[in-house]
Design a protein around this ligand. Structure first.
Ligand code: NAD
Length: 322
């Protein structure tokens, strides 16, 4: 199915890394969206790598460490040199709860490296910092991560979370170049594109920009979101109406959503969660089609019309909204 056009790779801020524009979100390998067998996980990662995906994101939180273990096995099974893929994991969020203390995140990286069967990760990110004290992130967590960088366990440092204000809060309080990347999710897709307003600021800070969840964690799929999805009912209903409309027209809402998110080249990579070879094929094909043919502007604007009443609607996350 692969056309001659290769999957685009984009620079990640000032890191020197070049990430495939479609990134592999490994939370589904922790059975977050349904059970995935080990052989399917390995085949999915293999397919992704063979189609040019070089960026893989996980966390100890996903499936209570299962995602890291599965991703580690799958990457090892590739049998390729370590510098051919880029791995990010996270710290501070666990099945047991949140702990952004220096002691916990320092221990966390050793546990993650063991599960991933790696000597280092390319990126270590503080996971969902709106659930902790942002001042602790600035004064304690990031300094601890800098020590891990010096020790060679981590190449670059990042922060992740849902409310967009957390990023400027932290970036305004750390020396330039301290935080290398930010990971935002559910804020650069057809139903919510509010990350756009923050892009000039993030670029001025020189940070790499990762945008996750182009399918809004399953809202923009034909099969719909998982049971635990936090969206309010009207947002769920509007997204399902959009998906049904696409289906009726012989179109696929997930493809349109991928192409919408991939269109902005200021964003280095669009992290999409995948648990099958089919999904990898579809999402890579969406990127290649965008690069070669362009987007289906007509259907996209029809979908934007359906989603207009819920545009930029989001759910609460964390203990502080900044
Ligand atoms: P997503 O929007 O990528 O949606 C994933 C869901 O869509 C899964 O059920 C997947 O099986 C399905 N899917 C994927 N491709 C499809 C296709 N072509 N057709 C139909 N369905 C398809 O949401 P996500 O997985 O939550 O986000 C992507 C990744 O980003 C995560 O796996 C994780 O690595 C990262 N992420 C990080 C944070 C954070 O740090 N706080 C938050 C959200 C996501």
């Amino acid at each position: 199915m692969m056309a001659a056009t290769p999957l685009e790779h984009r620079p990640l801020g000032n890191t020197g890394l070049k990430l495939s524009c479609v990134g592999f979100g490994a939370s589904p390998l922790g059975n977050v969206f349904g059970v995935v067998s080990e052989s399917d996980a390995i085949a999915t990662v293999r397919r992704a790598f063979s189609l040019g995906i070089n960026f893989f994101d996980t966390s100890p939180y996903y499936g209570a460490t299962l995602s890291e273990k599965m991703l580690g096995k799958a990457l090892k099974a590739l049998g390729v040199p370590r510098n051919e893929y880029i791995v990010s994991t996270k710290c501070g969020r666990y099945k047991e709860g949140f702990d952004f203390s220096a002691e916990r995140v320092t221990r966390s990286i050793d546990e993650s490296l063991e599960r991933l069967q790696l000597d280092y990760v390319d990126i270590l990110q503080c996971h969902d910092i709106e659930f902790g004290s942002l001042d602790q992130i600035v004064t304690e967590t990031i300094p601890a991560l800098l020590k891990l960088k010096e020790a060679g366990k981590v190449k670059f440092i990042g922060i992740t979370g849902l409310p967009l204000g957390i990023f400027s809060y932290v970036l305004d309080r750390v020396p330039p170049g301290t935080v290398d990347v930010i990971l935002s999710y559910c804020h650069y897709g057809i139903n919510d594109s509010t990350l756009e307003d923050l892009l000039p600021y993030l670029k001025s800070k020189g940070v790499g920009i990762i945008s996750a969840s182009p399918l809004a964690m399953g809202l923009l799929t034909e099969s719909g979101p998982p049971e635990w999805h936090p969206a309010p009912p009207e947002l769920k209903a509007a997204c399902q109406a959009a998906a049904a409309y696409c289906k009726e027209k012989g179109k696929n809402v997930s493809k349109l959503a991928m192409q919408y998110s991939l269109s902005n080249k200021d964003i280095s990579t669009i992290l999409v969660g995948m648990n099958s070879v089919k999904q990898v094929d579809e999402n890579v094909a969406a990127a290649i089609e965008l690069a070669t043919v362009g987007k289906d502007e007509k259907t996209l604007s029809e979908i934007e019309g359906i989603l207009k009443p819920v545009k930029n609607q989001i759910w609460p996350s964390g203990i502080q909204q900044s």
